[in-house]
Design a protein around this ligand. Structure first.
Ligand SMILES: C[S@@+](CC[C@H](N)C(=O)[O-])C[C@H]1O[C@@H](n2cnc3c(N)ncnc32)[C@H](O)[C@@H]1O
Length: 363
């Protein structure tokens, strides 16, 4: 009863492994995934509670993209499981690992699998699982460990009310949920809650009792609106580039008004409440992740490339590929001009969370 087909208008990260690809431009996400190694180790050592681990240990990464970060996450998980079950030599039966890489059908799975071989310092059987994670992707009780990093902030669908000029939730003049407009924020937040519930309910069916689900995702600090954080400021800047291009007649104003990012960064406390409400999992840990990435050494060009790898396909799909270079050239200029206000660590105001959920033994 797999129900995971993705809608064709969901745009993936930039494919391939060239200069504008997500593969080359996800350094921030990589530094966070790397920083969770010890946390994954502890989670598996202390929280994974499988009744009887069979010889096949099944792992799924939800929203894996093209690599390389998914390979790092998978390797950390496998090493920690091996340490738990083989490290103390109590269990001599050898475990075999099956890893399922999930993403939208239009993700560049070719690049993912092409690079798999270069990253095989640990052995596992690999399979791609195309389709949306807002629905069932696996048979009941077939997974031992689920992982998802930087994917759950993507909403499952475009919010029609934020694009509707007659709706009180019309998001006039903005391309994302800034937080300043209450009705818009409520529309985004309500879609996010539905999506999270759908995701958790599907994973609850697929994970064995005592299995773990690790989620890495950004969240806002208490009392902070998205546009008051550095992530939100970069989306505002992207919006202002599109508006400038509309004023110059390069793209139409209607097209800009009809463009909204399907991204919602939840306040941390709302996210925690939502996770606690779900009856299928116990919340074992919610911690802030600190990476060793030094943001003071970043450049505007570097951040422009990172944002481009995430949003280029969306922009291409909505406005056409011919404007993409111009959008990001302008973005780079504006980012350089606003550099100190955006990159100021005082303005970050968001955090990356490491969340461990354990599948309850009762339903
Ligand atoms: C920013 S990338 C993160 C990739 C990788 N996990 C990492 O940490 O670098 C987000 C990925 O989630 C995928 N994604 C978003 N919504 C999804 C959904 N509903 N079902 C499956 N994949 C989804 C996107 O296509 C994208 O590849």
């Amino acid at each position: 009863m797999a129900s995971g087909l993705s809608s064709p208008d969901l745009y993936p990260m930039s494919g391939g492994d060239g200069p504008n690809s997500y593969f080359q431009n996800s350094v921030r996400q990589k530094s966070i995934v790397e920083a969770t190694k010890e946390m994954i180790n502890e989670a598996i050592r202390d929280k994974l509670a499988l009744n009887s681990p069979s010889n096949a240990f099944n792992i799924a990464d939800f929203g894996c993209s093209v690599g390389p970060n998914t390979f790092i996450a998978v390797q950390n998980i496998i090493e920690a499981v091996e340490l738990k079950y083989h490290g103390n030599h109590q269990n001599h039966q050898s475990l075999e690992f099956q890893v399922f890489f999930n993403d939208h059908t239009n993700n560049d799975f070719n690049t993912l699998f092409k690079n798999l071989h270069h990253n095989r310092s640990c052995k596992f059987f690999a399979a791609g699982v195309p389709g949306t994670f807002h629905g069932r992707l696996f048979p009941k009780s077939s997974l031992h460990f689920g992982h998802s990093s930087f994917a759950l902030q993507w909403l499952s669908e475009t919010l029609t009310e934020v694009l509707d000029t007659k709706s009180p939730a019309w998001n006039k003049g903005s391309i994302h949920c800034t937080g300043f407009h209450t009705e818009v924020a409520e529309a985004y937040s309500s879609q996010f809650k539905n999506d999270m519930e759908t995701f958790l309910n599907a994973r609850a069916q697929e994970l064995v009792k005592g299995g773990l689900l690790v989620i890495i995702m950004p969240a806002l600090q208490d009392g902070v609106l998205l546009s008051q954080s550095s992530i939100g400021m970069t989306y505002d800047l992207l919006g202002s580039c599109l508006q400038n291009m509309a004023k110059s007649g390069i793209i139409s104003e209607e097209k800009v008004e009809a463009f909204n990012l399907r991204i919602y960064i939840s306040p941390a406390k709302d996210l925690e409440a939502l996770l606690q409400r779900n009856g299928f999992f116990s919340v074992e840990k919610i911690d802030r992740i600190t990476s060793n990435m030094n943001i003071t050494t970043l450049t505007a060009q570097f951040l422009t490339s990172q944002l481009r790898a995430i949003t280029e396909e969306l922009i291409k799909g909505h406005f056409g590929s011919e404007i993409v270079d111009a959008v990001f050239e302008l973005f780079n200029i504006k980012l350089s001009e606003n550099w100190f206000s955006i990159i100021d660590t005082k303005n970050q105001k968001f955090m990356d969370l490491f969340i461990i959920l354990r599948r309850n033994f009762s339903d």
